[in-house]
Design a binder for this molecule. Structure first.
Ligand code: ADP
Length: 457
């Protein structure tokens, strides 16, 4: 197997730390260059101002007396603050002072002017002042300063940097590593959690970072939501398998027992027909159960996605009520539907939920009783009520009837205890709620509340 390139073999932590350190070293180098440039210029400016100040200071300390002789104060110095002071007579002849080595002595004298002069390998700055004396005599005062040695400055800055640079680089590397390690911690947690889940160890685990606005928090949040969906799917799958096997076992056992009985004892066509009738009923029960289970599972797994349509709910409810066959038991269905209520629903799914409620009202309503269906819009919600005056539900069952396969009256043949759990599933999918108000022996009222507006896709 080919080995991965070095870049990939290095951890992201190491890579970022290296990048960061190199970047910091680059910045430090840049600072080094800037400081070098600035300090050279500063030194030049400093020595120029030193030159002017020193010469100006000395203008009163030296003079020609009446007899034309040079006289100086005691405080006069020929070398002061790195400045050499030279004196010339009015004919530009050198009188006194010590010229620095390599200084071009023939540099012309100009009153009040600072200029550069070079000699040998050295660069000088010169500042001259004319000090008049009497009518036509006078004295030239010249200050000379050597240009600051750039090599020395370089050396000084370099010395400083050979000490500072390693400190900067080491602290950048260390600090950078600490920051990166902190930043990478959530990623390590995510990896660990994902590993555990993929090995099937624990599906209920969550990364559990506080959902912040930073990238790691959002990534962890996205993973947690994904794990939640996965867990729900696995749970739904497990639930489906156990529900299905549990509920299909009884009709299958009846069918098998019936077949065995018929094989052994049935002789006449009549007896066979009776047996086949039993088998048919059980098979129908199984078929209904399988269809309902499949529907619910599709909704659970999200394979059946709702198709949202803006629907005239008033009209849809009216049609669903008209389709109900209530005549058999003499039940009267009364409707009170506010007109023109439109809602964003999946009409197919929602019809199934309403049908389940209507069927229950019919099944559990009393003979020659009544069913009321009401539809209205209230404070930002759409309310659909299906009420009957039938057997009612005892308070202890009212919570449980929403569970799968839960039936209060087990003696009832038709139905599998899946209707209401499907109603709740569909209503929740629409972002709504459903509840029951019921009194045993008096009747029940199921209320569906839907948000009035377009659902989030
Ligand atoms: P199924 O009707 O298939 O048994 P459901 O999930 O629709 O299953 O209902 C669960 C249980 O709730 C029913 O078995 C019944 O006991 C009770 N129930 C539902 N609707 C009504 C109603 N309108 N009146 C009285 N009891 C009801």
């Amino acid at each position: 197997m080919r080995e991965a390139p070095l870049k990939r073999r290095m951890s992201i932590k190491l890579r970022i730390t290296l990048w960061f350190t190199a970047f910091m070293a680059g910045i430090a180098g840049l600072c080094f260059a800037v400081i070098l440039m600035v300090s050279g210029q500063l030194a030049r400016r400093e020595s120029l101002s030193q030159l002017a100040v020193t010469v100006q200071e000395n203008r009163t300390k030296v003079r020609l007396d009446e007899s034309g002789r040079l006289s100086m104060d005691e405080t006069f110095r020929f070398y002061q603050n790195n400045v050499y002071i030279l004196l010339y007579n009015k004919k530009n002849a050198f009188l006194s002072g010590q010229t620095p080595p390599d200084f071009p002595v023939d540099t012309p004298l100009e009153n009040g002017v600072t200029k550069a002069a070079s000699g040998g390998n050295e660069q000088f700055y010169v500042f001259d002042l004319w000090l008049p004396s009497g009518w036509d005599d006078g004295l030239w005062l010249r200050g000379v300063v050597q240009e600051p040695d750039s090599r020395q400055i370089l050396g000084n800055v370099f010395n400083l940097f050979t000490f500072i640079l390693p400190v900067i680089i080491l602290s950048a590397a260390f600090g950078g590593y600490l920051i990166v390690r902190r930043a990478m911690k959530p990623i390590e947690k995510i990896t660990e959690a994902a590993d555990n889940i993929s090995e099937g160890k624990d599906l209920s685990r969550r990364i559990g970072l506080p959902e912040g606005t930073d990238e790691a928090g959002r990534l962890a949040g996205a993973f947690d939501r994904m794990f939640e969906r996965l867990e729900e799917s696995f749970e739904a799958e497990k639930q489906f398998a156990s529900d299905a096997s549990h509920e299909l076992r009884t009709p299958t056992a009846v069918i098998l027992a019936q077949c065995g009985y018929m094989k052994k004892y049935a002789e006449t066509e009549e007896e066979y027909r009776e047996g086949v009738d039993v088998i048919e009923r059980q098979a129908q029960k199984m078929s209904l159960l399988i269809n309902r289970l499949l529907d619910m599972t599709r909704l659970d797994f999200g394979t059946q996605k709702p198709v949202w349509e803006e629907t005239d709910l008033s009209r849809l409810t009216e049609i669903l009520c008209e389709e109900q066959d209530t005549k058999k038991r003499g039940i009267i269905l009364e409707t009170d539907l506010e007109e023109g209520i439109s809602a964003w629903i999946d009409p197919h799914l929602f019809s199934r939920a309403v049908n389940n409620l209507l069927e229950n009202a019919r099944k559990y309503g009393k003979d020659n009783g009544r069913i009321w269906v009401r539809l209205s819009r209230r404070a930002g919600e759409i309310a659909l009520e299906v009420e009957d005056d039938g057997i009612g539900i005892a308070p202890e069952h009212q919570e449980k009837i929403w569970q799968r396969f839960y039936q209060v009256e087990t003696s009832r043949e038709d139905g599998a205890g899946l209707g209401l759990s499907m109603v709740r599933q569909i209503v929740r999918l629409h972002g709504g709620t459903v509840r029951v108000d019921s009194m045993l022996g008096k009747g029940s009222c199921f209320t569906v509340l839907l948000p009035d507006g377009k659902p989030e896709q």
